[in-house]
Design a protein. Sequence first.
Length: 342
Amino acid sequence: MNILVTGAAGFIGFHVCQQLLLEGHTVVGLDNINDYYEVGLKYARLEALGILKGSGITYNEAIQSNKYQKFSFIKLQIEDRENLPSLFANHSFDVVCNLAAQAGVRYSIENPETYIDSNIVGYLNILEACRHHQVKHLVYASSSSVYGLNEDIPFSTDQKVDRPISLYAASKKSNELMAHTYSHLYGFCTTGLRFFTVYGPWGRPDMALFLFTKAMVEDQPIEVFNQGNMSRDFTYIADICKGVTTIINEDTADREKSKAYYKLYNIGNSSPVALTEFIEAIEEVLGKTAVKNFRPMQAGDVAKTWADVSGLEKDYKYHPSTPVKEGIKQFIDWYKEYYKLA
């Protein structure tokens, strides 16, 4: 198929592009390469996809990969209402995987406008482009943060999610509602995926595993919030990627025939891990004991996440299989190699 992956220089987008290319698809990667975190890491991911920084990455100009014959990249903002439709018109995408978004719960409290621009305006532009250019299937990233103040666990897509506690969460919930509207009005398939704490090689520097590893390697203390009384449904990137690409590869004919255009799933490990156990696993791999600064809960954060993934299991035979200790080791091995540590 001919597939557009937005957020291609991001953590999940990079891995999804790699997997789709290995499966033989033609992939166009899109990213605005913003500076929310170190852009050097984003350029390094692109280099692994055969897009060299030195080859002249300029706005709204496609670059062909020197590694994958079927991969090209374009630096573009999804908020760009003028150039985004032209991209769709030029490529006739079968599937769009929208992973572009302004990420981060806490950053949304400090920079709300950025989230409206990217996660609302940009997402609307994606929907409009899919509508007008006969895209068969839009697969898009939602987030476990939409569950907000829900106390019933594990979190299920059958639960109401009308109590978000960050603008990021609210923007992701709005994406789900907008997808439902477009699926209903225009009859194309949309599949939303509520991601649960994704981790692994090439991960984001603002996430716990990266922050803890960096601090411990540098003999600095780590910040442990809510006095350590937290747990997360940590999900390894390879398991996430397999779930995403399985859905992208779906033949939507049956959905179209039954008019089941709109679908929504949790995608996680379905096995929450206490934050203290997570830290202990990092200590074990690094052979160091962390110095811990215990802090109160941060605004916009929740104490526990736990995904009910029965929907994905039933419809796509999704079965995450990577133990947390193995995933942490894989990340730390990558971290040491990337930063050239002994």
